[in-house]
Ligand binder design. Sequence first.
Ligand SMILES: Cc1cc2ncn([C@H]3O[C@H](COP(=O)(O)O)[C@@H](O)[C@H]3O)c2cc1C
Ligand SMILES: O=C(O)c1cccnc1
Length: 348
Amino acid sequence: MKVNDWLDLSVQPINLHYKERALKRQAQLTKPAGSLGRLEVMAVRLAGLQAVECPSCERVGITIFAADHGVAKQKVSAYPQEVTTQMILNFASGGAAISVLATQLGADFEVINLGTVTPVDHPDVVCNVIASSSADFTETAAMTVSQLESALGIGADAVIRAQNNGVELFIAGEMGIANTTAASALMAAFLNLKGADVAGAGTGVSDQGIQHKAEVIDRALILHGPHLTAPLEVLRRLGGFEIAAMVGAYLMAANRGIAIVVDGFISTVAAYIAIQINHQCKEWMIFGHCSPEAFHQYILDQLEVEPLLNLGMRLGEGSGAAVAVNLLRTACELHRNMATFADAGVSQ
Ligand SMILES: Cc1cc2ncn([C@H]3O[C@H](COP(=O)(O)O)[C@@H](O)[C@H]3O)c2cc1C
Ligand SMILES: O=C(O)c1cccnc1
């Protein structure tokens, strides 16, 4: 798909009939009205998304999009660039946090390498290499138009595969050393802010390191300034392959009608971009958690969404979203299995 085709991708409407039926069911369950709080809200929302009275979150699909960033050479991360490749191998061999969480959830788990400086060779890693890295956006655009199109398409294809495998809930995770700098730069461009407003600790850089990140972002904003207008052009200039793949995945999930659980800071920036392209796709997004990464809460506020969890998690990989699936499963179990007042002979 060409860049402009992404702007025309439709978003599937929510099924209001099933949402209404789920709401009526909730009213009949043996509890004071509203007493299960957001668990009720989530079950009803999922019913509208899945077009069933009793939704299910048993079939979860987790795809990790991984890529290196040219801006890493500006020393914006607490970790060296080769960690991207090392973690890809760790995802595939089961040792990463998201690998453990995916196993716990019984999720379909896929790792896609979109381009790393240190090549990856592992039978369980899907290699869709666009280039060895995105370009350093303090010097030039992070991606060419064709690289952006490839990345968006790789994300979308992952969702189509997940749907063909019967996935009910999709999580995009990311890995890419320096990607908090890219995510912060993207938000500065969208919200017309300065580096200092958006830069955070990422993997754990010092206060001085955060100041340096802010300066790197400011340099990029000056370089690309006049061109930072259309959302996909902002993404092309300041993003990265894995962030673009998440945008493509979210847009395709909304088009095909698959509920999404959004993860932390970087994923939320990708969700924000997808929403800038088509506001309706927000309906398909459940925000899993809030990361302590500076500025995550601000974006969630801008989007007027309330994440399910706030556990101080600042890992990425899709990990916060995966933990939130447990709550969604609980919401679905209660909705499906509680007795009604009539069944249990309880006075209403
Ligand atoms: C061992 C390790 C595992 C990770 N898993 C996710 N990230 C997270 O940290 C990176 C972003 O932070 P920054 O912008 O500071 O580089 C991303 O790759 C993100 O997913 C990790 C980072 C490390 C070091
Ligand atoms: O919130 C996140 O997703 C995050 C924060 C810091 C580093 N990596 C990921």
